[in-house]
Design a protein. Structure first.
Length: 507
C-alpha cells in the first residue's frame, strides 16, 4: 500500500526532501548531517537482573510529562538472550530512574524494574493518543518477537511458536497477550521465503506512522543476494496492528556496502536493523549496518545457510540514514555517511550500535537513543574468539543528539543561492532553520513570472544571523501578505557561510 503523500499544506519544508528545489547556483551543496554522541552512556546495567545488558533494544516515548523507556535486560552473558523487558523513566532524557514496579519476582523479590513482558526488541506505543484504537481500551501496545516457549514469567506460560506477537497493557508494566491469549501471532517469520530459501527473523521494529495513519514495520529477512546470505529488510504496513500487508522487499546491502566492509578488514555487509522517523512528507530510516566477518569453516549451519556463507560474527559499526516518500521505495544519501558511528576500540560502544525505534523531541533537539556494546556481535558463541566478553554483546544505552529537523541542509561555505517553488503563501512570517556561524541567510519572494514581489525583494530583506531552528527573516516594509491571496510564489534564499536545513511559513 503506497501512502497518499501531500506536501501542499506542510507545516515545515525540510531539505531532507528536495522535491521543491528548482535549482541552485554558486557554492551551494546538499549535505547530510550526523548526530552528536554523549561520551558516556545514559543507562547502564547496575542491578542483578540487568548487570550484563541494559540496552535500548526497544522504545523511548514521551508520555504523561516524562520519558518512558522499555529496554532489554540481561542478567547472564552465557545464558542466551532472555528477552526480558525492563522499564526506566526520566524527566530530562539524560538521568534515568529504574522504579520498583512489583510486576515480576526476581530471585525472591519484586523490588525491581522488570515488566512481565518477554519479547525480543519490544516496540511500544500509546493507544488512543493520536492512535487508531477506540477510546476505553488498553492504554499501550507492545509488539515483538518471541521464540517458542520463551515466556518465563507473568505474561503467559509460553508462546506456542516462533513469531511476532502483540501485547496490551493499562500501565506499561503488566502485559497480556492481545486477542485473549489464543496464540495468534501478528505474523510468522517462517512463512516468508524467497525462491525456496530465506525467511524472516527476530528484528522487526514497529512504529505508528501518524501522518499516514498506519503502522509500519521493518521486517528483517534472510535472503541470498550477490552470492552471500544477507540480512535485509522488507516493509509491512497495517491499519490496526492486527492485519498486516505482505512483506515488500525494501533494503538490501550492495557492492558499495561490501567494499566498506572490506576496508575495515571484514568480509561483507548485512543490514541488522531498520528504525524510523516519520514526517508528514517523507520518512527517514536508520539502518544498522553490519560488517560481517568471514564464516569460520568449522561452523556447522543448515545447508542453505552454509551454501550462501552464513555468518554470525561481525561489527554493527554504524547507523546510516535512508529516505523514502512512501515507506516502500528507499534512497540512501551519496557517500553513505555514518549518522551514529560506533566508538573507537576500547570505548563502551566500540563493538555494536543499534537505535531505538523512534527519536524523541526534547526542546529543540531530537534525542536518538541507541544500544551499544564494546564487543562484536556473536563474540559469545565461540570460546576461542578474542572478543569473547565477560558481559553481553550489548550492555548500555547511549544518547546521540541532533537539532530539530537537521538531518540534511543546503549549505554554502562561501556563497550562493537556492530557488524553492513554495506554492501558495498561506501566512505572513518566514521562519528558517539555519546556522550561520560567520555569515547570513537572506530571502526574496518571487511571483509566478520570476519577478520579486514588491516589498519582498533581496535588497529590502533583513538577513538572518545566528543558529536557530525557528529564526525569522523579515523585510523592511512588508510581510508575506504582500503575495496576492491564492497566487503561487517561489523563494530565493541567498546563503553566505550558512547551512539552511528548512523553512516554514507561519501565520
Amino acid at each position: 500500500m503506497s501512502a497518499d503523500i501531500r506536501i501542499e499544506g506542510a507545516a515545515r519544508r525540510l531539505f531532507a526532501d528536495t522535491r521543491r528545489v528548482a535549482g541552485s547556483d554558486g557554492d551551494v551543496s546538499h549535505r547530510w548531517h550526523s548526530a552528536r554522541k554523549n561520551p558516556k552512556p545514559v543507562l547502564v546495567g547496575d542491578r542483578p537482573w540487568d548487570r550484563v545488558g541494559a540496552f535500548v533494544y526497544g522504545t523511548v516515548l514521551r508520555d504523561e510529562g516524562r520519558l518512558r523507556l522499555w529496554y532489554q535486560a540481561r542478567a547472564d552473558a552465557q545464558a542466551g538472550n532472555t528477552h526480558s523487558v525492563a522499564y526506566a523513566e526520566s524527566s530530562d532524557g539524560v538521568r534515568w530512574d529504574k522504579p520498583a514496579l512489583g510486576a515480576v519476582d526476581f530471585e525472591g523479590s519484586r523490588a525491581n524494574n522488570l515488566t512481565d513482558a518477554v519479547l525480543h526488541l519490544p516496540s511500544v506505543g500509546r493507544l488512543g493518543n493520536g492512535d487508531l484504537a477506540a477510546a476505553g481500551g488498553p492504554a499501550y501496545w507492545m509488539a515483538g518477537h518471541a521464540a517458542a516457549g520463551a515466556a518465563m514469567h507473568g505474561v503467559n506460560p509460553g508462546y506456542p511458536r516462533r513469531a511476532m506477537y502483540l501485547l496490551h497493557s493499562n500501565d506499561g508494566y503488566r502485559w497480556r497477550r492481545a486477542g485473549g491469549g489464543d496464540g495468534r501471532p501478528l505474523w510468522d517469520p517462517d512463512e516468508v521465503t524467497v525462491g525456496g530459501y530465506g525467511a524472516g527473523s527476530d528484528v522487526n521494529p514497529v512504529v505508528y506512522d501518524a501522518p499516514r495513519r498506519r503502522y509500519i514495520a521493518a521486517a528483517k529477512l534472510h535472503v541470498p543476494f550477490e552470492g552471500h546470505h544477507r540480512r535485509s529488510f522488507a516493509i509491512r504496513t497495517s491499519p490496526d496492528l492486527r492485519t498486516w500487508s505482505a512483506p515488500r522487499m525494501a533494503l538490501a546491502p550492495d557492492a558499495q556496502d561490501d567494499q566498506r566492509a572490506c576496508e575495515r578488514g571484514l568480509h561483507r555487509a548485512d543490514f541488522y536493523g531498520l528504525t524510523f522517523h516519520p514526517y508528514p512528507e517523507f520518512l527517514l530510516g536508520f539502518i544498522w549496518v553490519f560488517y560481517m566477518a568471514a564464516p569460520p569453516p568449522e561452523i556447522e549451519w543448515p545447508q542453505p545457510r552454509r551454501l550462501y556463507g552464513w555468518g554470525r560474527e561481525g561489527h554493527i559499526a554504524e547507523i546510516q540514514l535512508a529516505f523514502s516518500y512512501d515507506g516502500e521505495y528507499w534512497q540512501r544519501p551519496p557517500g553513505r555517511p555514518a549518522f551514529i558511528a560506533s566508538g573507537e576500540r576500547g570505548k563502551w560502544d566500540a563493538g555494536n550500535v543499534a537505535t531505538a525505534n523512534l527519536p524523541v523531541l526534547i526542546g529543540d533537539e531530537h534525542f536518538h537513543y541507541y544500544g551499544g556494546g564494546p564487543i562484536y556481535h556473536g563474540a559469545t558463541h565461540r570460546p576461542p574468539n578474542p572478543f569473547r566478553p565477560a558481559v553481553g554483546p550489548f550492555n548500555a544505552t547511549g544518547l546521540a543528539r541532533i537539532k530539530r529537523d537537521r538531518y540534511a541542509s543546503f549549505s554554502a561555505s562561501v556563497g550562493g543561492s537556492l530557488l524553492v517553488d513554495h506554492g501558495r503563501m498561506d501566512g505572513r512570517v518566514l521562519r528558517v532553520n539555519a546556522r550561520t556561524p560567520h555569515g547570513s541567510v537572506r530571502a526574496a519572494v518571487l511571483d509566478a513570472s520570476g519577478r520579486e514581489v514588491p516589498g519582498l525583494g533581496l535588497s529590502e530583506c533583513r538577513a538572518f544571523n545566528g543558529d536557530d531552528v525557528d529564526g525569522i527573516i523579515s523585510w523592511e516594509a512588508a510581510d508575506l501578505r504582500a503575495v496576492p491571496v491564492g497566487q503561487e510564489a517561489a523563494i530565493r534564499f541567498v546563503l553566505e557561510e550558512a547551512d539552511l536545513f528548512g523553512y516554514e511559513v507561519t501565520g
